[in-house]
Every structure is written in structure tokens, then in C-alpha cells.
Design a protein. Structure first.
Length: 112
């Protein structure tokens, strides 16, 4: 009796496998997302690639932020030199927060 059950289960499993492999392979591929291609890139009205325009704008903004970062760091250095050994001006603490924000903004643009 156990042989009959095994045979029935094996035949059921085999028929299920045959049924899934007999499906049209194009139907299976149509449900999978299609990877983006170069042709999918949107174009701006002037004909340039939207991705290129965004990358260029991000690069220019990162350069501007980097220049602002250098300026803020130099200002912080000057404030700390003028302050002396035992005094930390409140403006210096605020300047460090500004430097952190600029650095995070630059890092975020570079990661994207």
C-alpha cells in the first residue's frame, strides 16, 4: 500500500513539473522587470540627455559646496587662533555645524 502512495505522489509531482515546464517561456519573461537600457534615457527639449544634465548639475553643486566648505574651515581656523587657549567662541561651534552640513551634502551627492 505504501508503494501505491509513493507512486501516486511521484506521478503527481512529475505531472506538476511537466505542466510548469510546458508553459510558454515568453510568458515567464514578460512578468520579469526589464532592465533599463540606454534607449530609455529621457531627452530634454534641447536634445541632451536628462541623466547627463542631472549629473552635470550635481557636479557643479558639489564643487560649489566644496568651495564653501573650504571657506568655512578657514574661517573656523582663524576664529580659533584669535580666541586663545581656554576660550571657545559660540560662533566657532556654529561654524562646525555648518561644516558638518556641507560635508554631509557633498557626501550625499557623491553617493548618488
Amino acid at each position: 500500500m505504501s508503494r501505491t502512495r509513493r507512486f501516486a505522489l511521484l506521478s503527481l509531482a512529475a505531472s506538476a513539473l511537466v505542466g510548469t515546464s510546458a508553459q510558454d517561456p515568453q510568458d515567464q519573461n514578460s512578468t520579469l522587470p526589464r532592465p533599463p537600457s540606454e534607449d530609455d534615457d529621457l531627452r530634454l527639449p534641447n536634445g541632451k540627455s536628462q541623466k547627463d544634465a542631472i549629473a552635470k548639475q550635481n557636479h557643479e553643486q558639489a564643487l560649489k559646496d566644496a568651495n564653501d566648505l573650504v571657506t568655512a574651515a578657514e574661517q573656523l581656523r582663524d576664529e580659533l587662533q584669535k580666541a586663545g587657549n581656554f576660550v571657545v567662541p559660540l560662533a566657532s561651534v556654529k561654524k562646525t555645524e555648518e561644516i558638518e552640513k556641507l560635508a554631509k551634502r557633498i557626501r550625499g551627492r557623491l553617493r548618488d
